[in-house]
Design a protein around this ligand. Structure first.
Ligand code: HEM
Ligand code: NAG
Ligand code: NAG
Length: 618
């Protein structure tokens, strides 16, 4: 067996150990060889001459080359033993494929989502390839069969990547989102029943916050509003009510001022802060995302100071009394012999009924808020964006909504279930703009991925995945593959979900993975769809026209000139999707191991400025 660095490293859920991990990571390839060399000199009685200083870098080179060759030999041998084929490698011009690292680091954020990966794979002629960035096994795939194995059929053979878990652990701890194995299983089993039940109160929560948000749109009259900002506050406030049973009230803070917005890393263009918890929650999310994008080297920037501490403290000070209060209520009820109310109420109350572990409850609340918030707001933002661009879709949707749930009546669960076109619109947005555009999983031990017979391989084969490799699948491009979705794959067309074209997904559900698939499929899928439906119904009950306001978009949030020639719909964009939404927290994490422009670090969001009107009442 090849020597695996990971086995020497501290437990990844122990975030305070990030320094140790980093030191070990640096020590083995860069310091151990010269020390060994020096020791050998001593043992054999040689003196250190000036010329032997040269031997230091040489010893590093020799050691690492030998190690690399040995690992490659072991992997080759293992692949043969498993009867699996090695995954084709991308061959760059520079050692360690530094040119590929550079291309990805500089272009990923600057171009249409994942188009760099698409090009790298297309130029290699393979659907799955190993980018071998800095000699590490980094596999990219657009193959739905590979993704299916990683997420579902071969679920047990893969884990979330250690680099990412570590980057997020000071914030998310060992909550459901950030752990694997038995701990994850327990989390999932305890949280699941809460999501399975259809909770009536969800709709009360949606109603309250949706009406607040719509009130703000109405109050702005014909002046455009940043709908992206509004939606990200709506989902945060709704998340607060649903999970904590408390009001975060971010919608009550001033909205960005039209014409005075700029690209910003946080909540796009909000003028001030939301108050302690919400602001720290965003800041911590921001920081951890930046860390995970930097990859293994992030501890270097925080070696002497864990930059998340301040915000983690604020978050804790907000959650502690909430959780303690709920635990007190529970104890009170127990003492008085009253039953626990597990059926109604927030996720906090639900968790409290099952455990007294304060830290566990807090972690779970934070993890789920993170999972719930930006994803749902991205789905809504992009649906509204596309409704404004496709008037026929808007009018079809609006007449479905008004016929099943006329203005003035709050939508019910049954109304939503009956709205087939609405669901098709949401599906089509999730297809063309999956809020989680891609994701990766690491193989802790080597494994092989079975592939069915196909046009490129006449007989079934399997792909060898070396231990430690990360397999990254791009949902974004799997959802736009013309061989899977037809020649019109790039076109926004909700009717594809309502006719015989639906067969494609029914036959192979793994070609449509906005919520992923397999045992870790999104727990909040139904909640998210209900929330998005509720908001859209309420919006379209009150407004009949949605108009983009490009004059109000801050510079940098409009699509660049160079997109005119891009593939896959980029040339038709009216805003820059990557900068207009908060892409999911993990999106770019796996690519960046080295060079990167400082400007690429945070999320740069520009908002989505639109005006809303109602011709009927005008
Ligand atoms: C349109 C909105 C949403 C999208 C596109 C979405 C997508 C996803 C995806 C792709 C994952 C898998 C992540 C991974 O395994 O690496 C996930 C996991 C998860 N999501 Fe969602 N999500 C959405 C909304 C929500 C909401 C509203 C909630 C909760 C109220 C939620 C709760 C969760 C949880 C708890 C997990 C972790 C499940 C696990 O690891 O077992 N999500 N989501
Ligand atoms: C939406 O997509 C899901 C697949 O996740 C599918 O089962 C469902 O039939 C689709 N519904 C509509 C109306 O588009
Ligand atoms: C909107 O439509 C365009 C062009 O058809 C597409 O590229 C884009 O991804 C769509 N966005 C969403 C959210 O569906």
């Amino acid at each position: 067996m090849a020597l695996r660095m990971e086995s020497l490293l501290p437990n990844p859920t122990d975030y305070s150990a990030y320094r140790t991990r980093f030191l070990i990571l640096i020590f083995i390839p860069f310091c151990a060889p010269p020390i060994l060399f020096l020791a050998l000199l001593q043992i054999f009685g040689y003196h250190l001459y000036l010329s032997s200083w040269l031997a230091y870098p040489l010893s590093i080179l020799i050691w690492n080359t030998a190690r690399l060759k040995y690992t490659e030999y072991v992997e080759w041998h293992e692949a043969r033993r498993m009867g699996a084929e090695p995954i084709p490698r991308l061959v760059g011009r520079w050692p360690g494929n530094l040119d590929i690292v550079y291309t990805i680091a500089t272009q990923l954020g600057a171009r249409y989502p994942h188009v760099v990966l698409l090009e790298l794979l297309e130029s290699s002629g393979h659907r799955t390839a190993n980018a071998r960035m800095l000699w590490g096994n980094q596999i990219f795939t657009l193959d739905e069969n590979v993704e299916k194995y990683v997420l579902a059929t071969g679920f047990d053979k893969f884990k979330k990547a250690v680099v990412v878990k570590e980057a997020f652990s000071s914030f998310l701890g060992e909550g459901i989102f950030n752990v694997d194995g038995d701990l994850w299983k327990t989390h999932r089993a305890t949280a699941r029943p809460f999501f399975i039940r259809e909770r009536i109160s969800d709709f009360e929560i949606f109603e309250r916050h949706a009406q607040t948000a719509l009130g703000l749109i109405k109050a702005s009259g014909s002046t455009p509003v940043d709908i992206q900002e509004l939606l990200s506050r709506f989902t945060l406030d709704a998340g607060g009510s649903f999970l904590f049973g408390t009001e975060l009230n971010t919608l009550s803070h001033p909205l960005p001022i039209p014409g005075h917005s700029s690209l910003g890393p946080k909540g796009s263009t909000s003028p001030g802060s939301f108050g302690s918890f919400a602001t720290s929650f965003e800041a911590a999310q921001q920081l951890c995302t930046r860390r995970s994008r930097l990859g293994v080297i992030w501890p270097l920037l925080e070696f002497f100071h864990d930059k998340s501490q301040k915000d983690v403290k604020v978050i804790k000070e907000f959650l502690d009394p909430l959780v303690e209060g709920a635990l007190d209520v529970k104890r009170g009820r127990e003492e008085n012999g009253l039953p626990l109310e597990r059926e109604e109420g927030s996720f906090l109350e639900y968790m409290v009924a099952g455990t007294d572990d304060k830290r566990l409850i807090e972690m779970q609340l934070l993890n789920i808020l993170l999972a719930a918030r930006d994803t749902t707001s991205a789905l809504l933002t992009f649906t509204i964006y596309n409704l404004s661009r496709y008037p026929h879709v808007l009018s079809t949707l609006r007449s479905e909504i008004l016929s099943l749930c006329p203005a003035g009546r709050s939508p019910t669960y049954d109304d939503i279930k009956k709205m087939k076109y609405l669901r098709a619109v949401l599906n089509e947005t999730l297809r063309l703009y999956p809020p989680v555009t891609g994701n990766g999983r690491a193989a802790p031990t080597s494994t092989s991925i079975p592939l069915p017979q196909s046009s490129s391989s006449p007989s079934p084969t399997s792909l060898y995945v070396p231990a430690g490799a990360i397999v990254f699948y791009s949902s974004f491009w799997i959802h736009r593959r013309k061989d899977l979705w037809g020649p019109d794959a790039d076109i926004y067309d909700p009717t594809r979900w309502l006719d015989e074209r639906l067969e494609r997904v029914v036959k192979n559900p793994f070609i449509f993975i906005p919520f992923h698939a397999g045992p870790r499929i999104c727990l909040g899928q139904q909640f998210a769809l209900n929330q998005a439906s509720y908001f859209l119904i309420s919006l379209l009950q009150q407004f009949s026209s949605l108009t983009l306001a490009p004059a109000f978009q801050p510079p940098g949030s409009l699509p660049p000139e160079s997109w005119k020639g891009e593939v896959g719909g980029a040339s038709q964009e009216k805003v820059w999707p990557a900068s207009a939404i908060t892409m999911f927290v993990k999106v770019r994490s796996f690519f960046v191991w080295g060079v990167m422009r400082v400007a690429d670090f945070g999320f740069m969001k520009g908002g989505l400025w639109m005006s809303f009107g109602n011709e009927e009442s005008a």
